[in-house]
Design a protein around this ligand. Structure first.
Ligand code: ADP
Length: 164
């Protein structure tokens, strides 16, 4: 029996994309036929982004160049509207630690109110990336630290361009 193709969205600010994000997006393909990485144009959490939306999308596209079922899009406005526009009924999020939990739960509940057919699914990170966040990568890189084990080479190049 044919079942309809399943699309998941993986939203975030991806400022910049880390190996933790890559891991979650790829493992999302175990749950869906296609994962749309959705870059929030108007970030709610990051106040002043390091990279523009275009730069973040560009890095993501390079990182997922060989993953044909991972697509990259930016979106502005409500996540539920974006989900509808790409026909997605699954939202993927990573849960690193309890500190992520409260915010994630609130957002998932709100999105359920706004679009009851949309399910939020939480994936746990690979232990190697459990402590990793884009903000930590930005901070360490800005201070001249080595982040080569946390981001892809293409992202590393951009960080070096930005921070010298
Ligand atoms: P960050 O929190 O790193 O700034 P985003 O806001 O772009 O990243 O997060 C997008 C999603 O990716 C969130 O669900 C977040 O929990 C998840 N995520 C971020 N880093 C990791 C990681 N190292 N492992 C698993 N999930 C992660």
């Amino acid at each position: 029996m044919n079942r309809p193709e399943r699309t998941a969205i993986y939203p975030g600010s991806f400022d910049p994309v880390t190996l933790g994000h890559e891991d979650i997006a790829r493992r999302g393909l175990h749950l869906a036929d296609r994962v749309v990485v959705a870059v929030a144009a108007r970030a709610t959490q990051v106040k002043r982004p390091l990279f523009s939306v275009e730069e973040r999308v560009d890095m993501l596209e390079r990182v997922f160049r060989d993953d044909e079922d991972v697509l990259v899009r930016s979106f502005d406005g409500l996540l539920v509207d974006f989900a509808r526009s790409v026909g997605a009924r699954l939202v993927l999020r990573g849960l690193r630690a309890v500190t992520d939990f409260e915010y994630e739960l609130q957002m998932a509940q709100m999105n359920r109110e706004l679009y009851p057919q949309l399910e939020t699914v939480f994936l746990t990170p690979h232990p190697e990336y459990a402590f990793l966040s884009a903000s930590l990568v930005r901070e360490v890189s800005a201070l001249g630290g080595d982040v080569s084990t946390f981001v892809s080479p293409t992202v590393l190049d951009r960080l070096r361009d930005r921070h010298g």
